[in-house]
Design a protein around this ligand. Sequence first.
Ligand code: URA
Length: 212
Amino acid sequence: MKTLIIDHPLVSAKLTTLRDKNTDTPTFRKLVEELVTLLSYEATRHLIVKETEVETPITKTKGFVIAKPKPLVVPILRAGLGMLDGMMRILPNAEVGFLGMVRNEQTLQPSTYAERIPGEIKNRQVFVLDPMLATGGTLVAAIKLLIDRGAKDVVAICLIAAPEGLKKVESTFGNDVNVTVVCAGLDEKLNEVGYIVPGLGDAGDRLYGTAD
Ligand code: URA
């Protein structure tokens, strides 16, 4: 497994505003989109492209198009949905699948309540959107499902990761499977109820106004 923590002044500044408890829901939602677009730039670094020819007003030259099969983007509902537009801005032709997962707030174990993944994902590059990599339970379950269905490699885009979550993804997949986690910040720890510290609180509540 590879981890990329994006060290960029725009990413750090946007993440700081997201963390601020006084940031309102519309601003929070807009910043999540912007941040994901910035993270996507690095997350798609190894996107498979195919050589093509293009005719400019001057002459013919070689270029590249995104190879088939199309990459697949999978937001994990609910909070991952707030990341989708930011991702699709740079990958507008990707296919989108959905995974609805919820973590039991007592046991912290994930369960799947909705699944809409294309039947055929063999050899696809898959981008999973999940803002908070906390215990890692949800992300590990999502990646396992996608790998079992044939995904070629999986890049998880998160806003914030906790060391505990990264460790869980790493110990589950090691180097056997091609998994990369791209995030804007690596935080200190989880608290006793599984929230990331310092974190930004409940990403879903902050995106959808239930925190106000
Ligand atoms: N999910 C969240 O939304 N926030 C956390 O800190 C942990 C999990």
